[in-house]
Design a protein around this ligand. Structure first.
Ligand code: SF4
Length: 270
């Protein structure tokens, strides 16, 4: 089924499993789940990751000998501090308009991206130990390359999403969905949806498995993409959401325990 220009987000699909009305309120009624401050913070963090993905090769080009992990981490950190300064300047107008504390955002941004920076530095250090390569050669041969917060689109299915992390090998990709809480069934669906998107956007890569990474416990759950039913359910749900958006049809509210934790509780029940 070819859809017009309505793109369904992966988060719409997982939200729909949680409650169809939640998707209706967001996509048809345009209610926001996030405050403006959260949104700006999200955009800042995304810009930081975008720039790191883009410029990481410059950091790696500058590594000319093995001076140890701390040295590499320090290169990443210096780059990131400067990057955060530059990006906060770009967001200066919004920050001032909302009277936000720039220093707090700076610290919060660094804390948010620091784990990713450590992972990248570790990845490079381990690869140097294995390969003894440096500079351009190191970058060209580095496996895996790590990229973070990547926007992916399936034009075939009209679905968009943002993958938390992808490990890129020469002919293989491994997507990661990183969670701060505990395992829930819909996390598997989310990872499958990213698999679907990546398969469409990067057809030359083998994508056989992905990981749910639970950051608090540093626990990794491997998911093999072998369940065709999961894909069918995602596409079926995507079509239902599409129809709901196009027809602007309220699916109605049904009280359940989850309502108490839902950010739209006041809209639905007060
Ligand atoms: S409050 Fe309940 S019915 Fe309303 S959107 Fe949230 S989960 Fe759905």
């Amino acid at each position: 089924m070819v859809l017009n220009n309505i793109f369904i987000r992966v988060t719409d699909i997982t939200d729909y499993y949680f409650c169809p009305r939640k998707v209706y309120l967001k996509r048809v009624m345009h209610y926001e789940e996030e405050s403006t401050e959260q949104k700006i913070f999200g955009s800042i963090v995304h810009s930081i990751f975008d720039r790191i993905n883009d410029k990481e090769k410059d950091i790696i080009y500058s590594i000319k000998e093995n001076k140890g992990y701390e040295y590499i981490l320090n290169l990443y950190n210096q780059f990131t501090y400067k990057l955060i300064e530059d990006i906060l300047l770009e967001f200066d107008e919004e920050i001032q308009k909302l009277k936000l504390d720039k220093n707090k955002i700076k610290i919060k941004s660094y804390n948010y991206v620091s784990k990713d920076i450590e992972e990248r530095a570790k990845n490079v250090y381990n690869f140097i130990l294995e390969s003894d390569l440096y500079g351009i050669e190191l970058w060209e041969n580095l496996e895996p390359k790590l990229v973070t917060e990547i926007d992916v689109t399936s034009l075939k299915n009209n679905i968009i999403g943002r993958v938390d992390r992808i490990e890129i090998y020469k002919d293989e990709m491994i997507p990661y969905e990183i969670k701060s809480g505990f395992y829930r069934r819909e996390h598997v669906t989310q990872l499958y949806a990213y698999y679907l998107l990546l398969k469409d956007e990067y057809p030359k890569y083998k994508i056989n498995k992905g990981y749910l990474l639970y950051a608090k416990d540093n626990y990794k759950k491997e998911i093999e993409f072998t369940n065709k039913k999961e894909i069918e359910n995602i596409l079926y749900t995507k079509d239902k959401i599409y129809n709901m958006i196009e027809e602007k049809k309220d699916p109605g509210k049904v009280y359940k325990d989850a309502c108490k934790k839902c950010l739209f509780y006041n809209i639905c029940w007060k």
